[in-house]
Write a protein that binds this ligand. Structure first.
Ligand code: P1T
Length: 380
């Protein structure tokens, strides 16, 4: 199956042997009856497995060209499960520019359990190698990064992780498998905040992991079941529904974002626009090679880097909603320094470019003329 067919049918063959329903039923149940201890039809207790969740997990695996999918109660719960593969004393090299909540999980929870993190700018992948030693167990990559839209060369990083026999995990939330499939490029684990583009309608919080090897799948499944951060059947159903339009939504997100990026770049009050589709984006060539298009996310700063002015712009927006999150059909605007990335200390934040006037847009799939008009009136 090609990608667009997979979004609709991937992993969904014969999901309802009872009545042949086209969508997997929502198995809203805690437990499953057994004829004798262990005598069941594949499901015992709904933390360990639920048929609706299992259908979604197969769909996740199929879309990322992986073998095993696991669905969690949030993106952070999925990352938490990956980190539990590690032991005290282990080291992780992570992109320095990443979602604030991921940074908080790493530094405020897992650092306290004795795991050491190196936050490294990976725009030049060669920079990673000097942080790798015999304690290094995992490289954590976000690409495009949140919110600076840096692009990391997944194949190049994978060649380094293979050489040193460490795991490579890629947070594919911004790109989605429509734009890039990290397992195909050598990653060991793909992670998603399915809350975003995979769900696509801003109505579910969910996380996903996809892997190829049975050993890794077994270890992650053990953690998923033992720690218990699963998602419910109703949410699984909603994301299964969302996935079916991923390809057409992403196509429109990308088309609209291109127009918005070009509009902002030509605006006299805008200093800089961060979007990997620009020829002068530092890793434009890598984005072009590893992504099918450039995605729906854009960040920008106003001239003079004025905090109050940036706040005024996000307050003025009418069609773009000022809100955390991204990836839904509706356009959202955020102020990372005070919202999504507030948990990163100011000095560290500014070092990676998250200055006070930075505004992040999740460009939705409304009519582009309305989005441009809205930005025009808000920026003034
Ligand atoms: O919110 P949750 O589903 O737990 O996912 C966390 C997460 C992980 N990775 C990336 C790249 C993310 O963007 C997120 C969540 N991000 C936002 C809520 C945001 O507005 O950036």
């Amino acid at each position: 199956m090609k990608f667009n067919t997979k979004t609709i049918h991937g992993g969904q063959q014969n999901v309802d042997p009872a009545y042949g329903s086209v969508m997997p039923p929502i198995y809203q149940t805690t437990t499953f009856s057994q004829t004798t201890p262990g005598g069941h039809k594949g499901f015992e207790y709904a933390r360990s497995g639920n048929p609706t969740r299992a259908a979604l997990e197969r769909a996740f695996a199929c879309l990322e060209n992986g073998t095993y999918g696991l669905a969690f109660g949030s993106g952070l719960a999925a990352i938490d499960a990956v980190m539990k593969l590690l032991k005290p004393g282990d080291e992780v090299v992570s992109t320095s520019d990443l979602y604030g909540g991921t940074y908080r999980l790493f530094t405020k929870i897992f650092q306290g359990f004795g795991i050491k993190f190196h936050f490294v700018g990976m725009e030049n992948a060669d920079a990673i190698e000097k942080y790798i030693n015999d304690k290094t167990k995992l490289i954590w990559v976000e690409t495009p990064t949140n919110p600076m839209m840096n692009i990391i060369d997944i194949k190049k990083v994978a060649s380094i992780t293979k050489k040193h026999k460490v795991l490579l995990a890629v947070d594919n939330t911004f790109a989605t498998p429509y734009l890039q499939q990290p397992l195909e490029m050598g990653a060991d684990i793909v992670m998603h905040s399915a809350t975003k583009y995979l769900g696509g309608h801003s109505d579910v919080v969910m996380g996903a992991l996809i892997v190829n090897t049975k050993d890794l799948a077994d270890r992650l499944y053990f953690i998923q079941n033992a720690s218990g951060a699963i998602c419910g059947p109703q949410d699984s159903f909603l994301v299964l529904r969302g996935l079916k339009t991923l390809h057409i939504r992403m196509q429109r997100h990308c088309e609209n974002a291109e127009v918005v990026a070009e509009y902002l770049a030509s605006h006299p009050k805008i200093e800089k626009v961060y979007w990997p589709g620009f020829q002068d984006h530092p890793n434009h060539k890598i984005a072009k090679a590893q992504m099918k298009d450039f995605g729906g996310m854009i960040s920008f700063v106003t001239k003079g880097n004025n905090y109050a002015e940036a706040i005024k712009i996000v307050e003025n927006l009418k069609i773009f909603t000022l809100a955390e999150s991204l990836g839904g059909v509706e356009s959202l605007a955020g102020h990372p320094a005070s919202m999504t990335h507030a948990s990163i200390p100011k000095a560290e934040r500014e070092r990676i470019g998250v200055v006070d006037s930075l505004i992040r847009l999740s460009v939705g799939i409304e009519d582009i003329e309305d989005l441009i008009e809205d930005l025009k009136q808000a920026i003034g």
